[in-house]
Every structure is written in structure tokens, then in C-alpha cells.
Design a protein around this ligand. Structure first.
Ligand code: ARG
Ligand code: MN
Ligand code: MN
Length: 347
């Protein structure tokens, strides 16, 4: 099937005809010299389905670096070797569960390494763009951002809340748990993570600085945690009710002390591609129907860019080996979400 010509600029990741970049790029308040540091994490040990480790390479091969360059960014990319060396197959075989947690030592090592890289790039005034890999990596990316921007807010766009604790997780997959560790919730001070995670009260994420968008598959104990900590969440129900424009406005007001129109706090965007409806992004490990439309997903990215306060982005859970006939579509959507967050506009 060949795509209609009118669709190619969004459907074809490698197209050279790009809409122009938003001039708001010059307003990015926390970023120096329009430099993005691309961090590719070919990592899959936070969940059970092989293939998600190929996500970063698929996005890079589809031309993501060139696309960011065309938007006026200086792109820094040093390759994947820094994380590959950490995960050897012998090591993985020895990484027996601790309690319910699967591959705990591997996830702990890799997230710690990711946190270090993200922190150093962010402190240099660059925007770290982390490509996953599974969403357990979000523990590392957000802690890294917090090291550089202590008053950071986190916008977690996902079908899932990923806030299980080592006690509440059913699957034992750590990609369902990063947010509980990030917020230093009950039962997360466990080995091996406790050997390196920041001590109480220092540089964990305040649950009041967290907003979810797109939720629709939240485990019952996760619902209890969200309620107990008063965490702000816009599920698909709220997206349906208010529309994505109002939801993003409310999310941005909320993280800016509830002040309407205030857009000052630095923002880390962690985007799980499964937030999108499976008809839009089918190649992912835990698809859930009833998700964000193509435009709703892109709108979030465009609106966050417009704040001038975006300091980091993650794009996670692209798994090209699932629904392989549709992998190209998922990869193309991943690239275009990133472009929207880095200033691509429709006009
Ligand atoms: N990053 C993801 N895709 N997470 C899916 C998590 C699913 C489920 N809540 C679990 O804890 O296992
Ligand atoms: Mn998810
Ligand atoms: Mn997720």
C-alpha cells in the first residue's frame, strides 16, 4: 500500500520536506545553544518481551538525528556502548529475582548509569533526549534531571501509571514501578536500589510535582497509591471530557503552583509510546485500547515545547519486533512526537 502524497511528511520519517520550526526555540529558558544530547538505551530487562532494546536504533536509523538538525538543533550522540557493556547475558542469568522484582541488579545498574549521564548533560545546559528501551529507564532519566533541576516537574504520558512498588507489583516487571522509586514511596528503599538512590528528602520527586496524562490501565493497588498521595492524573476519561487542550492547560497550571498561565517550572516529559492508541502505535509491549489519538499525542508535545520550559524528554517502549508489519508506523510516530517536542509546527 502506498501512502497518499499529502500524508508523506508525517507518515514518512525520512522526508526532507519538514514544516518549519517554532521560533519559540529561542525562548527555551533552561537550555543553552539549542543542543540536544541523544541518549540511546537499548535496554529491555525491565519487562519480559524481547525487542524493545532495538527501539533506539530504529528511531536513529529512521533519521531522527537529521530531523532534529533540520529543526535547528545541534545534536550530540555518542552511541549506545555505555549501556551495552553493563548488560551481559551471563550477568542477566545470575540476576535472580529479589522478592517479586525481576532482573533487579541489572535494572538498578542501568538506571544508575542513565541517571549519571542525564544529570551531566542537563548540567551542561543541553536537553537530554533518552530513547528506550523499556520504561524502567524513567527512574534514571528523571533522577538525572532532578540533579540538574531540583524544582523539576514531571509529566508522565502513558496508558499505565508505572507506580507499583516492589510489594504491589503483580508482574514483577520493573517497568511498572519506576515512579514509586522516584517519589521514594513506601517499600521502595530496597536493595539493590537503596545502595545508590538519594537519601530521604534529597532530590526525590515530590508527588505534588507529578502529572499523568493518558492513563487507562491502572492496577487496583496503584489506584490506592495515587489516591493516598493525592497524585494528579488525567486519564483518558478526562481527555474525553475536557479535550486535550484543556487537559494540558490544567496540567501546566497544576505544576506551576496552580497559577493560571504561569509557565516557569522546568518540565521533564516522559512519553511511553503506549499512551497512544494501538491503532496509532501498535509496536509496543503492553498496548491498551482507547488511547490518545495521533493528534492528541502530538498536541501534548507541541504545547510542552511552547512553554519554553522543557528540559528533558524520554521516548520509551517502541518495540519494532512486535506487530512487525506496523513497526515502521510506530517508529515514524515516535520520530514525529520528538520533533513536535523540539519545535516542529504545523504552520
Ligand atoms: N511501562 C509500561 N509499559 N508499563 C506497564 C505496566 C503494566 C503493569 N501495571 C505492571 O506493573 O506490570
Ligand atoms: Mn505504558
Ligand atoms: Mn510506561
Amino acid at each position: 500500500m502506498s501512502a497518499a502524497p499529502a500524508l508523506t511528511s508525517t507518515a514518512n520519517c525520512g522526508s526532507s520536506e519538514r514544516p518549519r520550526a517554532n521560533s519559540a526555540v529561542d525562548n527555551l529558558r533552561f537550555v543553552k545553544n539549542k543542543t540536544v544530547s541523544l541518549i540511546g538505551c537499548p535496554f529491555s530487562s525491565g519487562q519480559g518481551r524481547p525487542g524493545v532494546e532495538a527501539g533506539p536504533n530504529s528511531l536513529v536509523s529512521a533519521g531522527l538525528l537529521e530531523q532534529l538538525t533540520q529543526l535547528g538543533w545541534t545534536v550530540e550522540f555518542t552511541g549506545y556502548q555505555q549501556f551495552e557493556s553493563i548488560v551481559s547475558s551471563e550477568q542477566l542469568a545470575k540476576d535472580t529475582p529479589i522478592g517479586k522484582m525481576k532482573n533487579p541488579r541489572t535494572v538498578s545498574h542501568v538506571t544508575q548509569a542513565v541517571a549519571t549521564v542525564v544529570a551531566s548533560k542537563a548540567k551542561e545546559g543541553k536537553i537530554p533526549l533518552t530513547l528506550g528501551g523499556d520504561h524502567s529507564l524513567g527512574l534514571g532519566t528523571v533522577l538525572g534531571s532532578l540533579a540538574a533541576h531540583p524544582d523539576l516537574a514531571l509529566i508522565w504520558v502513558d496508558a499505565h501509571a508505572d507506580i507499583n512498588t516492589p510489594q504491589t507489583t503483580d508482574s514483577g516487571n520493573l517497568h511498572g514501578c519506576p515512579v514509586s522509586f522516584l517519589c521514594n514511596l513506601e517499600d521502595t528503599q530496597v536493595e539493590p536500589f537503596s545502595t545508590w538512590l538519594p537519601g530521604p528528602a534529597s532530590k526525590f520527586l515530590d508527588p505534588k510535582r507529578l502529572v499523568y496524562i493518558g492513563l487507562r490501565d491502572v492496577d487496583s493497588e496503584e489506584k490506592t497509591i495515587l489516591r493516598k498521595h493525592g497524585i494528579k492524573a488525567f486519564s483518558m476519561h478526562e481527555v474525553d471530557r475536557y479535550g486535550i487542550g484543556a487537559v494540558v492547560d490544567m496540567a501546566l497550571d497544576y505544576i506551576n503552583d496552580g497559577v493560571k498561565g504561569k509557565r516557569e517550572r522546568p518540565i521533564h516529559l516522559s512519553f511511553d509510546v503506549d499512551a497512544l492508541d494501538p491503532s496509532v502505535a501498535p509496536s509496543t509491549g503492553t498496548p491498551v485500547r482507547g488511547g490518545l489519538s495521533f493528534r492528541e499525542g502530538h498536541y501534548i508535545c507541541e504545547a510542552l515545547y511552547e512553554t519554553g520550559a522543557l528540559v528533558a524528554m524520554d521516548l520509551m517502549e517502541v518495540n519494532p519486533s512486535l506487530m512487525p508489519a506496523d513497526a515502521e508506523q510506530t517508529i515514524a510516530v515516535g520520530c514525529s512526537l520528538v520533533r513536535s517536542a523540539f519545535g516542529e509546527t504545523l504552520l
